[in-house]
Design a protein around this ligand. Structure first.
Ligand SMILES: Nc1ncnc2c1ncn2[C@@H]1O[C@H](COP(=O)(O)OP(=O)(O)O)[C@@H](O)[C@H]1O
Ligand SMILES: [Mg+2]
Length: 447
């Protein structure tokens, strides 16, 4: 009989090996022994469930070879045979560990339509959410074996936001079952083996700038390298919801595409303080449904201005109408905001900057009700653009919509809300004027 020792797991690795939920994330600090745990669990599953199919995924082929193929070849010599062309380890009991990578959306095609019992996404925070969504669809089979996705993660990376939402913040959307998700926090201090063999690694992490140190050494998810709004802090910028007093002026700002409607409701206290008091973030809505929802959410409220991006004025090929006109027909009378990116982000930074209030306490001009989960998770997840540091990255795309909506608002209030009305096309302006005349010149829109 071929006996081989995999080594002895740490306490946290043991938690990972024993977890039985459908989605298990193991993460936090670097060097916490995550890739080791992935290899170990994949082998144990292959041996336990004869004939099972296991996928181990990394972002790039180079990383896959270094972190998994090479160490697995060493560990499985004489136990499983390796096919270089299939990048697969085959066990005598029929089980297979397939090693894959997914750097681009196109790479996913290799896995879509396949069936796996267990999938490991090593460094899931390096991947966008569509990878996880697509792989969820590959987790199936009729052999009666459990089906699980194991993820490992470090704070930061393009996948920071979705991993944080599912496993750290545990904010679930309809259709997601919280009981299926489990998070095991790894710290470098758990990995005594690495600390003994390579103490300089710990020293290197300790010498990092404070925010990176917190992320990579302590596994803190609030800050990460390349974060655009480093100033964002839950303590300063998130507040408990309160009844908006009638004296406050209400605004809306939205970004629309069929892929996502991101709409924010913001109240102005008249003394330079703004409160984002409601959000709507939903995909797959046609204009009439989007507008209907926006109206329903605003029922009974007087909205002074609704800001939207100026590209809403471009005419649609099929209807000949602009998106703005389509919304207008459905009762959403938006004004075009200034959508210059860098000035918009800087205006938003101004609103987030803490300035002393009357009592001298630092207080930002913009606060977000804690019920606005999407904005609270996407705004701090926004990344700096690699080429233009003063701009925010447009990747990952799914976190940009709601931040864009807030940016339209920030620049519009800085420039004097509503002054961009002349940017509307004449037809809409004529219609707005007609409505204004009919309503006795009142500018506010009542829902
Ligand atoms: N339980 C263990 N037994 C032996 N070596 C381990 C164990 N856990 C981790 N290691 C070793 O520690 C180092 C760092 O672990 P790794 O899994 O690569 O960390 P991470 O993926 O979290 O960055 C590697 O050399 C790995 O082989
Ligand atoms: Mg690793």
């Amino acid at each position: 009989m071929n006996k081989r020792s995999l080594g002895r797991p740490t306490v946290r690795q043991m938690d990972f090996l024993r977890a039985t939920q459908r989605y298990i994330a193991y993460g936090g600090a670097r060097g916490g022994g995550k890739s080791w745990a992935v290899r170990c669990k994949a082998i144990l599953l292959a041996l336990e469930y004869s004939g099972c199919r296991i996928l181990v995924l990394r972002r790039t082929l180079g990383e896959l070879r270094e972190n998994h193929i090479r160490p697995l070849c060493l560990c499985l010599e004489g136990i499983a045979s390796f096919s270089e062309s299939k990048r697969a380890f085959s066990f005598a009991n029929g089980s297979q560990i397939l090693c894959g990578y997914c750097a681009k959306e196109k790479d996913l095609q290799r896995y879509q339509g396949q069936e796996y019992d267990f999938i490991f996404i090593d460094e899931a925070t390096q991947m966008e959410e569509y990878v996880f969504s697509a792989l969820k669809g590959c987790l199936r089979g009729t052999n009666g074996y459990p089906k699980r996705i194991y993820l490992t993660c470090n704070p930061g990376g393009v996948g920071h936001s979705w991993v944080k939402r599912l496993f750290i913040d545990r904010k679930y959307e309809p259709g997601e079952d919280p009981d299926e998700y489990c998070f095991i926090k790894a710290k470098l201090s758990d990995n005594k083996i690495l600390q003994e063999k390579d103490p300089s690694y710990l020293k290197a992490l300790q010498s990092l700038p404070p925010d990176l140190k917190r992320a990579w050494l302590d596994g803190c998810w609030d800050l990460f390298k390349g974060q655009y709004f480093e100033e964002f802090s839950r303590e300063l910028h998130v507040c408990s919801p309160f009844e908006i007093p009638p004296s406050y002026t209400r605004y809306m700002a939205f970004d629309y595409g069929l892929d996502m409607l991101a709409c924010l409701w913001i109240a102005d206290d008249g003394h330079g303080h703004y409160y984002v008091y409601r959000e709507l973030h939903r995909s797959g809505l046609i204009v009439s449904t989007a507008a209907q929802l926006m109206r329903e959410y605003s029922a009974g409220e007087q909205i002074k201005e609704i800001f939207m991006p100026p590209d809403m004025r471009s005419r649609q090929k099929d209807s000949g109408l602009s998106m703005a006109e389509l919304f207008y027909r459905e009762g959403i009378r938006g004004v075009c905001a200034d959508n210059r990116r860098v000035p918009g982000w800087l205006a938003l930074k101004e609103l987030l900057a803490p300035v002393p209030d009357l009592s001298g306490t630092p207080s930002p001009r913009l606060r977000i009700f804690e019920s606005c989960h999407t904005l609270i998770s996407h705004l701090p997840a926004l990344r700096r653009d690699d080429k233009t540091a003063s701009d925010a990255s447009v990747h990952p795309h799914e976190i940009t919509h709601i931040c864009d909506a807030l940016r339209y608002f920030a620049l519009s209030v800085r420039e004097g809300a509503g002054q961009s009305k002349e940017a509307l096309d004449p037809l809409m302006l004529a219609r707005i004027n007609a409505v204004k005349r009919a309503s006795g010149g009142r500018r506010a829109i009542r829902f």
